[in-house]
Design a protein around this ligand. Structure first.
Ligand code: HEM
Length: 486
């Protein structure tokens, strides 16, 4: 009897597996999606996900990849980006739904929100950044002040080995703090570092394996221990910091003289109370602040750390940058944004740093709000679209040596700066980075100030890895450096 049941169960299991396989084959072969590697049942192309370059090379700029049993479209190449995000801008503005994002931010904030909510928050953020002087002198002076704090702190290391991560991240985070909270923090402020730690845990989750597992099995994963639970706890620990800032702002603010993003947002909440449009709330304010920090700190600080790493790896480039700065600016005054045009080599190096560092490998995913085509291939409504910026920044047709650090990529034959339309590290279209101007200002002023004040050197016998970390924005692995005052 027992043997019969066993054989019966065995048979049933084989039958169900065969059924699943047939269904999988039918789904994959008849869905009309762009071509791509064949997905395994249940796991899809998880094994191919780290080799997306090869997939694009083999299947073209619009290909299909399966995350679990869900198809998603891999978009590569500048022409495809333009066709999708610029020519069909209104079709591709929304972000797809992911259980992990829903759990972390409930569809609020700036980065992962969609529709009317996103439009309102984005418009407001752009207007506020502009109001507080992005691209103007007031903000330039604030960044220059932070450049001095950064250089003074590095000076205290007295040319001895140190890891630049903490100083650089604090300096960059302080610029967002100035815009959002209206004040900066000292580099040894314990709460400042705690806030950064919680933010980091929260932001790393969506692209970690824990995040991927949560997206596949949300109910199961919400009951299991793991790094995702640490990240969920981080949001709860982060909230009191932000709530305290908001409370202080409410007490101290003068509506006729807003000091920062929070003041402006509180003003908007009051207006909205009158109009009954509930998109501006204190809860949403918190998520927007988290997004501004998340998108604005790690990206810029990682780029600057890559910059330092490349300068010690390619000392001849560092020397040329310093000699150009010495000639144009000298040693007695700080660099200014206006110096950019007179520093073509330095400016080209900055572009090459961004190109070669390629910190945002995948831009946050999009989806089409109706069936459409890109490059003649179907993109069905609602399917996740994964845009791969790396393919554009390493385009063989655009850069003579795409896999080498080579500032000549951005110089013409007369040594003048060469602008390239396809250089889009901030992406393009309606969802392109709203912090581009701010980031460019920060990168230029911090980089030139550091190059003016110090010569950066490797440690004796050090082997420098150019491998990036796997993260929302990829930075170099931790490294030690020496900064010798000039
Ligand atoms: C080197 C520095 C930076 C790089 C390379 C960078 C790059 C990007 C990229 C590629 C995107 C995705 C755009 C898309 O989905 O098409 C993005 C989005 C975003 N960035 Fe940046 N970014 C940088 C700095 C900043 C700064 C300083 C801020 C602060 C204001 C910021 C705020 C944002 C926000 C809020 C979004 C989401 C926009 C949306 O979904 O509408 N970023 N960034």
């Amino acid at each position: 009897m027992c043997v019969c049941v066993c054989i019966y169960m065995h048979g049933l299991l084989i039958f169900l597996c065969a059924l699943l396989l047939v269904k999988h084959l039918r789904d994959v072969l008849t869905n009309n999606m762009p071509p791509g590697p064949f997905p395994l049942p249940l796991v899809g192309n998880f094994i191919n996900i780290d080799h997306v370059d090869q997939i694009a090379e083999r299947y073209g700029d619009v290909s299909t990849l399966y995350l679990g049993n869900k198809p998603c479209i891999l978009l590569t190449g500048y022409e495809s980006f333009k066709e999708a995000f610029v020519e069909q801008a209104d079709i591709f503005t929304d972000r797809p739904y992911f259980p992990i994002v829903d759990k972390l931010s409930k569809g609020k904030g700036l980065i992962m929100s969609s529709g009317h909510m996103w439009r309102q928050q984005r418009r407001f953020a752009l207007a506020t950044l502009k109001y507080f002087g992005v691209g103007k002198k007031t903000l330039e002076n604030f960044i220059l002040q932070e450049c001095r704090f950064l250089c003074d702190s590095i000076q205290t290391e007295r040319g001895l080995p140190f890891d630049p991560q903490h100083f650089v991240t604090d300096a960059v985070a302080n610029i967002i703090c100035g815009l959002v909270f209206g004040h900066r923090f000292e580099y040894d402020d314990h709460n400042f570092h705690l806030m950064q730690k919680y933010l980091d845990e929260f932001l790393q989750l969506p692209i970690s394996n824990w995040g991927r597992l949560y997206n596949q099995f949300p109910t199961l994963m919400s009951m299991l221990p793991g790094k995702h639970q640490t990240a969920f706890a981080s949001i709860s620990k982060l909230k009191p910091f932000l709530q305290e800032e908001i409370r202080k702002h409410k007490e101290e603010r003068d509506p006729s003289n807003p000091r920062d993003y929070i003041d402006c947002y509180l003003e908007e909440i009051e207006k909205v109370l009158v109009s009954q449009d509930a998109l501006f709330t204190e809860d949403n304010l918190m998520y927007c602040v988290v997004d501004l920090f998340g998108a604005g700190t790690e990206t810029t600080s990682n780029t600057l750390r890559w910059a330092l790493l490349f300068m010690i790896k390619y000392p001849e480039v560092q020397e040329k940058v310093q000699s150009e700065i010495d000639q144009v600016i000298g040693q007695t005054r700080q660099p200014l944004m206006d110096d950019r045009t007179n520093l073509p080599y330095t400016y080209a190096v900055m572009h090459e740093i961004q190109r070669f560092a390629n910190i945002v490998t995948f831009t946050p995913p999009r989806m089409a709000n109706k069936d459409t085509t890109v490059g003649g291939r179907l993109i069905p409504k609602g399917v996740v679209v994964m845009p791969l910026l790396k393919s554009i920044l390493q385009d063989k047709n655009e850069y003579s040596t795409p896999y080498e650090f080579n500032p000549a990529h951005f110089l013409d034959e007369n040594g003048k700066f060469l602008k390239k339309d396809s250089f889009i590290p901030f992406s393009i279209g309606k969802r392109m980075c709203p912090g581009e101007q701010l980031a460019r200002m920060e990168l230029f002023l911090f980089f030139t100030s550091l190059m003016q004040c110090f010569t950066f050197l490797p440690l004796e016998g050090q082997t420098l890895s150019l491998k990036g970390t796997i993260s929302v924005s990829s930075g170099p692995e931790p490294f030690q450096i020496r900064a010798v005052p000039r």
